[in-house]
Design a protein around this ligand. Sequence first.
Ligand SMILES: Nc1ncnc2c1ncn2[C@@H]1O[C@H](COP(=O)(O)OP(=O)(O)OP(=O)(O)O)[C@@H](O)[C@H]1O
Length: 326
Amino acid sequence: MPTESVSAPVLEVRGLQTHFFTHGGVVKAVDGVDLRVGGGEILGLVGESGSGKSITGFSVIGLIDAPGRIVGGSIRYLGEELVGAGERRLQQLRGKEIAMIFQDPMMTLNPVLRVDTQMVEAIHAHEKVGAAAALARARDTLAMVGIPSPQERLLSYPHQLSGGMRQRVAIAIALLNKPRLIIADEPTTALDVTIQAQILYEVQKLCRETGTAMIWITHDLAVVSGLADRIAVMYAGRIVESGAAADVVHRPSHPYTQGLVDSIPTRATHGSLLRQIPGMTPSLLQLPQGCAFRPRCGYASSACLTVPQAVDVPPQKTVRCWHALA
Ligand SMILES: Nc1ncnc2c1ncn2[C@@H]1O[C@H](COP(=O)(O)OP(=O)(O)OP(=O)(O)O)[C@@H](O)[C@H]1O
């Protein structure tokens, strides 16, 4: 069962703002995000498409290119400030201490190289170890992510593997250098539910066993409800609700989170139409005044014309809503 982590944070993000300076105006993709994840803990970062989840992840690993820029806030990795850190330091951290897993494993894998070559290269990029030791580590890591016959799979090219196997190899590459933090951006979305469930189980076990901190980015609240210790719900560049996973899913306080929970299919809703959140996500170039969710919200009042501050909702949630439900 997921437990509340008591360890010191591996990552602490405060007031992060990442904006894109486009011809059409300033896109505030991330606008004042606070996140915290401890060793062995899994944080689910959930929200609809375009809410700023990936840009939050890319900001942490220093992969924001023009016209985007981090314009405010702090990203502390084991206490070290990464906002403003040099590219050399960020390169040292990427792939070694902080790893990223993408929705498309081919963002990680090279189609023309065998798995063993790619894995040994990934080790050698950060560490001087002999070829035999590197290969043994590669094989053991493939076994860790549930790849059968890992010795044989080392000799495969990516195109010889199924989608699920390719994603497991990409996850294994992320794990090779024993990172302290993994940012996983929708890595199981394209896979069928059985493979997805297996991978989620293995990832959760790995985090617990190795003390790795993980941010799991997804649009699917159902996926993280069983995986994450804590959940942060993102809407239009801001975290609108965060807290222990069970609290967020079973006692949502923000009307947007309520809407996401209501759209999770359950046995009870089998065969009937699921409730959808009315309306569309707003353009980040033309955000409504005050709370960005206001035009879609059944609880909206004149108070919502002012941006809500984050408030604590017992036992341990933080919610940005004038009408937060206890
Ligand atoms: N290069 C860019 N130029 C301008 N705007 C950008 C750029 N990259 C991202 N954005 C803006 O940032 C917003 C957040 O994007 P992001 O990819 O983080 O969303 P997301 O929540 O991860 O959605 P998805 O699940 O679809 O990936 C987008 O709505 C987009 O408007």
